[in-house]
Design a protein. Structure first.
Ligand SMILES: Cc1ncc(COP(=O)(O)O)c(C=O)c1O
Length: 338
């Protein structure tokens, strides 16, 4: 009888919330035990505004981004009350949306304004924002034809991050990477990326490196990868089959300073085979929330001398300085208190 009881869930009783206020009360109770609310604001075009109550930061179940993965997203860092590289991220966001055939409900200027106003309402001065364009709610079919309007969602994530000084261990991923069409757009289908990280974590590594079907170095599951060759060249894989990282592109611009100082010989993007990459003097992850994360061990072998390299540190400083005190065109001040 015991097994039958388990099958029937024993005494387990599913609560039925007869009103939204009853449900909200229960959600508020849950959130009240959380020390610091990690998401100080959300925007939803379904709500038509910014919401500060975490209990209400939800999206509809019949949104095609939820049950079909028909959506794209992007991010931006908030540092010292400024949004870094927001326009570059927004341009990529709209390119991703176009490839995924999701029409934005607003032009870029309005999306931008919503994100800035949401960040201001959040009062968050350090963290990140994340935003999505979705085919929208409507039904549970494949085609978005029955979805009356696409949807825009955004959230502020309160996060205390800093420059990475220590190196991490990585492994080569055995999870098949996405084909170029899907890898070059930042769509919400991150299952291969999730499995790739989990596979790395299973091996005690921080994350993984993808190698494409032609044997060239591709990227990490949520960051780009860069190398310093034994000849002091900065080399990044081409962006034609991977996500063109906003941080990697900025790094390629900023690194010229090190060439001028004679510390780097050259800067290039190209097809890099595994043997060349494994012979690199230095290796690092590059991504907006990092912005540089040194890699010191790859597939149980030391990268270079196995220590965080001087050029990696110099590149990390260049990017961090740019985030903190870069050009005003790249650092949008958030109008808190307006
Ligand atoms: C697959 C993938 N590659 C690269 C990146 C790095 O891009 P960015 O520098 O714009 O953050 C990301 C960022 O999320 C990513 O998901």
């Amino acid at each position: 009888m015991a097994s039958l009881e388990v099958e029937n869930g024993g005494d387990f009783k599913v609560p039925v919330f007869s009103s939204s206020s009853e449900l909200l009360e229960s959600l508020h109770e849950k959130w009240s035990s959380v020390k610091k609310q990690p998401y100080p604001a959300m925007y939803s075009s379904v709500y038509g505004g910014v919401i500060l109550d975490p209990a209400m930061m939800v999206i509809p179940m019949d949104d095609h981004m939820v049950h079909r993965g028909h959506g794209v997203f992007d991010t931006a860092i908030i540092l010292d009350g400024h949004l870094y590289e927001l326009d570059v991220h927004l341009d990529r966001f709209l390119r991703s949306a176009s490839k995924a055939r999701v029409a934005s409900p607003f032009p870029k200027s309005i999306l931008r304004s919503i994100l800035i106003q949401m960040t201001a309402a959040s009062k968050c001065e350090k963290g990140s924002i994340r935003y999505w364009l979705s085919a929208g709610p409507g039904n549970f079919l494949l085609s978005p034809a029955g979805c009356p309007a696409s949807a825009f969602y955004a959230i502020v994530i309160d996060d205390d991050f800093s420059q990475h000084k220590e190196g991490v261990k990585v492994v080569t991923s055995t999870i098949p990477m996405k084909s170029p069409l899907f890898a070059t757009m930042k769509n919400v289908n991150y299952l291969p990326n999730v499995l790739s990280v989990m596979e790395a974590e299973d091996q005690g590594a921080f994350s993984s490196i993808w190698i494409d079907e032609e044997g060239y170095i591709a990227e990490g599951p949520n960051m780009n990868v860069a190398f310093i060759s034994q000849d002091q060249e900065l080399i990044l894989p081409c962006f034609d089959k991977i996500l063109s990282g906003c941080t990697a592109l900025r790094l390629l611009q900023l690194a010229h300073k090190l060439v001028e100082q004679g510390r780097l010989k050259s800067i290039m993007t190209g097809n890099l085979i595994v043997e060349e990459a494994k012979n690199a003097a230095e290796m690092m992850y590059v991504g907006s929330t990092l912005p540089i994360l040194p890699i010191v061990t790859w597939d149980e072998q030391p990268v270079g001398d196995g220590k965080v390299g001087e050029l990696t540190k110099a590149l990390s400083d260049l990017l961090w300085d740019d985030m903190v005190a870069g050009p005003v065109t790249l650092r949008i001040p958030v109008p808190y208190g307006k």
